[in-house]
Design a protein around this ligand. Structure first.
Ligand SMILES: [Zn+2]
Ligand SMILES: [Zn+2]
Length: 329
């Protein structure tokens, strides 16, 4: 059934809606096998398409068979901008590239990554992304991250040095001998990118003693989006997300939290937003859609966190699954 639905979606271009794709194995066989893609510039169709948001991963540091690490892709005018690069993001981008026919999600075509903070669950696929098929990458991967990003960037460049040496100095053709290097920029709060009518603003989140940590506001000609990153309750996020089309926010289930040891409860309370706190924030911000990702459930049913918020907030709330797609409509 899912194979049929996806084939219909391909045939009719009906991807501008939320699409749940849990259980990929069923229809993965309808996706193409290894293909080399070296697109030089976006096609006319990509330039004309409205902004899409593809949720690549909704998970946390806890290994999860259904959820990759946190990563959200904003696709605008033929470019894919990734917000965080949790474990599995590159694999998910490859699947989404074919599932939704988005050429800019092919890993070596992804131009830009914004890291909310440097906890490993948000950065583990950075090396994977920078170095997958790097010898076909004409332009280096651009990465924005908090203070410390240049240390990570140079460490993963060191990690690939032997591979780079083999390929550059051997018989293998290489599109750009610098293609394996990341071009990193340290984030300061404010507008950090403006390109093709897409604006990315970084603002400080409240991730306890993990500082600095940032949230992002992305505004294009047809959508406004806030991505919380990891954060405890924050008035600034409520302010930034007032009336936005999509608010992606991390969450920890209140009842799940109570199953933790006192030490872990204290830690989580200082760095994450509980379901009741998120309902309070949503009542102030009133986003058109509140989308939960990076959910910590701690043994409760995943839908419990949704129920906990809906008890206190009457707006639209969605618990995202990996590979869900959203638009501004
Ligand atoms: Zn974190
Ligand atoms: Zn995290």
């Amino acid at each position: 059934m899912k194979t049929l639905l996806i084939l219909i979606a391909f045939a009719t271009g009906l991807v501008n809606c939320r699409t749940s794709t849990t259980g990929l194995g069923e229809f993965a066989i309808s996706l193409p096998s290894a293909r080399i893609e070296v697109r030089e510039i976006p096609t006319h169709r990509e330039m004309q398409a409205g902004t899409k948001v593809v949720v690549l991963g909704t998970g946390t540091p806890i290994p999860d068979a259904h959820r990759a690490g946190p990563s959200i892709a904003v696709i605008h005018k033929g470019n894919s901008y990734l917000f965080d690069a949790g474990a599995g993001a590159v694999r998910q981008a490859t699947i989404a590239r074919y599932l939704y026919d988005i050429p800019s999600l092919y890993p070596s075509q992804i131009c830009c990554v914004f890291l909310s903070h440097l906890h490993s669950d948000h950065t583990l696929d950075l090396s994977e992304l920078a170095h997958t098929l790097w010898w076909r990458r004409r332009n280096p991967l651009l990465v924005w991250g908090p203070l410390g990003i240049s240390r990570i960037s140079s460490a993963i460049t060191d990690m690939i040095a032997i591979d780079a040496d083999f390929r550059i100095n051997g018989l293998q053709p290489v599109a750009n001998s610098e293609g394996f290097k990341i071009q990193d920029t340290t984030i300061e709060p404010g507008i950090i990118l403006y390109r093709d009518d897409l604006q990315v603003e970084a603002f400080l989140a409240n991730h306890g003693d993990i500082s600095p940590a940032y949230g992002f506001k992305i505004v294009t000609d047809d959508i406004s989006i806030v991505i919380s990153g990891d954060t405890a309750f924050s008035d600034l996020i409520a302010e930034k997300s007032a009336g936005v089309d999509l608010l992606f926010h991390e969450v920890i289930s209140r009842s799940g939290l109570e199953r933790n040891s006192p030490a872990f409860q204290r830690y989580h309370n200082s760095v994450h937003t509980t379901s009741d706190e998120l309902a309070r924030l949503a009542n102030v911000a009133r986003p058109k859609k509140l989308i939960l990702y990076h959910g910590l459930f701690y043994g409760t049913k995943e839908t419990t966190v949704l129920d906990e918020i809906k008890e206190l907030y009457d707006g639209e709330v969605i618990l995202a699954s990996d590979l869900d797609v959203f638009t501004g409509k």
